[in-house]
Design a protein around this ligand. Structure first.
Ligand SMILES: Cc1cc2nc3c(=O)[nH]c(=O)nc-3n(C[C@H](O)[C@H](O)[C@H](O)COP(=O)(O)O)c2cc1C
Length: 387
């Protein structure tokens, strides 16, 4: 059993175990990858204020996100194709999150369906929807999420059109993988992954195949995806979706203070400050750099979460100290999932939890809820460098 002490350890194992096509799918940003890289490197610009001789006994990372109690304010972000990173990946990740006591978000583009995940878990999870043109399909998706007792709806608003990720095109990304001479050569080096995959029936997009009109096999799915995302999405349509859902609605993909105010206007309960992990607009600011202005604009009126670039508990702490009520991790849990299945997701959460707890203590805080800007040292122009 390898010794895992940091997320980077899981990433190394993940790279060895999972076919290159799916590693590349997760580990890239769009176009040049500038925003993808800066999402993480901008966290490094923020320093922490060390305090000493403060009673650090009895610490707590417990908090709430969208009305739900959590062991720490870190939810698993919606990630498509988890079931290709590890067989039945969404079920494994949801179970790890449930046992750890943090929210799990199932993506529309998952391999395991909403019903599958509900059947294999015992606590409600969050469901993420993309905004699609087909009203019937959208209505049914909402109804299915209600029937599965999902406790919050995450509407992703930053993917009306898809940001180009070069490697996906070059690798011919598909689920299940298309067999080409180069993919066969690579798959031949991933035997444990392949054996697990052969033992599951879940190898297609479970929320779509058999549910969306005319999609019965994966080859028509790529056409469906290209044709279905709604490029004409506007705030009125988001307001309409908000009305379809009785519980908490979280708008994910807000990166601008003006958009944050609009999210408030349409009645969202929370927003996720996110640039989709640098997978959409290359050249956009990192999420953490946009957070201060968004907090100034809406922070006292709406619950704000942040994702994109988080690879450690220190990163989580920095986001919370800048005012976010919660955070989401994407790749950090995907590395664990691909490396070691459910146990790997648990390990990713344990690593981040320990880092958060110890860092909090060394900053002289006993409770995550007390973190604030007083714990940070920021470059004078952190939020203002790019005008
Ligand atoms: C492989 C991959 C697939 C993703 N799929 C989705 C998705 O289906 N829906 C969604 O809203 N966001 C999706 N995202 C974005 C994540 O929800 C999240 O915003 C992002 O991963 C955060 O950045 P991080 O990976 O640096 O933590 C995906 C991200 C990755 C890496």
């Amino acid at each position: 059993m390898p010794i895992i002490t940091e997320i980077e350890d899981l990433k190394r194992l993940y790279k060895r175990r999972v076919p290159r096509m799916f590693y590349d799918y997760a580990e890239t940003g769009s176009w040049t990858g500038q925003t993808f890289r800066e999402n993480s490197s901008d966290f490094d610009e923020i320093r922490l204020r060390q305090r000493v001789a403060v009673d650090m006994a009895g610490r707590s990372t417990a908090s709430q996100m969208a009305g739900q109690d959590c062991t720490m304010p870190v939810a698993l972000a919606p990630v498509g194709l988890c079931g290709m990173q590890s067989a039945d990946g969404e079920i494994k990740a949801a179970r790890a999150a449930e046992k750890f006591g943090v929210p799990f978000t199932l993506s529309t583009m998952s391999i395991c369906s909403i019903e599958d995940v509900a059947e294999h878990t015992s606590k409600p999870f969050w469901f993420q929807v993309y905004t699609l043109k087909d009203d019937d399909f959208m209505r049914r998706l909402f109804d299915r999420a209600k029937a599965a007792k999902c406790s919050a709806l995450v509407i992703t608003v930053d993917l009306q059109v898809l940001g180009q990720r070069h490697k996906d095109l070059k690798n011919g990304l598909s689920a299940p993988p298309k067999l080409t001479p180069s993919s066969i050569l690579n798959l031949a080096t991933k035997v444990p992954w392949g054996l697990e995959m052969l033992q599951t029936k879940r190898r297609f997009f479970g929320n779509i195949v058999g549910h969306a009109k005319g999609v019965t096999n994966p080859s028509s799915l790529s056409t469906w995806t290209a044709e279905s995302f709604d490029p004409s999405l506007d705030w009125d349509r988001i307001r309409e979706f908000r009305k379809w859902w009785d519980g908490p609605v979280i708008l994910k993909g807000i990166l601008d203070a003006e958009d944050a105010k609009k999210a408030l206007d349409v009645g969202a309960d929370a927003i996720v400050v996110s640039n989709h992990g640098g997978r959409q607009l290359d050249g956009a600011l990192s999420s953490i750099r946009t957070l201060p202005k968004i907090m100034d604009a809406v922070g006292d009126k709406i619950e704000v979460h942040l994702d994109s670039g988080i690879r450690s508990g220190q990163d989580v702490l920095k986001a919370l100290a800048l005012g976010a009520k919660g955070t989401m991790i994407g790749r950090a849990f995907v590395y664990g999932l691909g490396a070691m299945g459910e146990a790997g997701v648990t390990r990713a959460l344990e690593v981040i939890h320990k880092e958060l707890d110890i860092t909090m203590a060394l900053c002289g805080e006993r409770n995550v809820k007390d973190l604030g800007r007083h714990n940070l040292l920021l470059p004078a122009d952190f939020a203002d460098r790019w005008r």
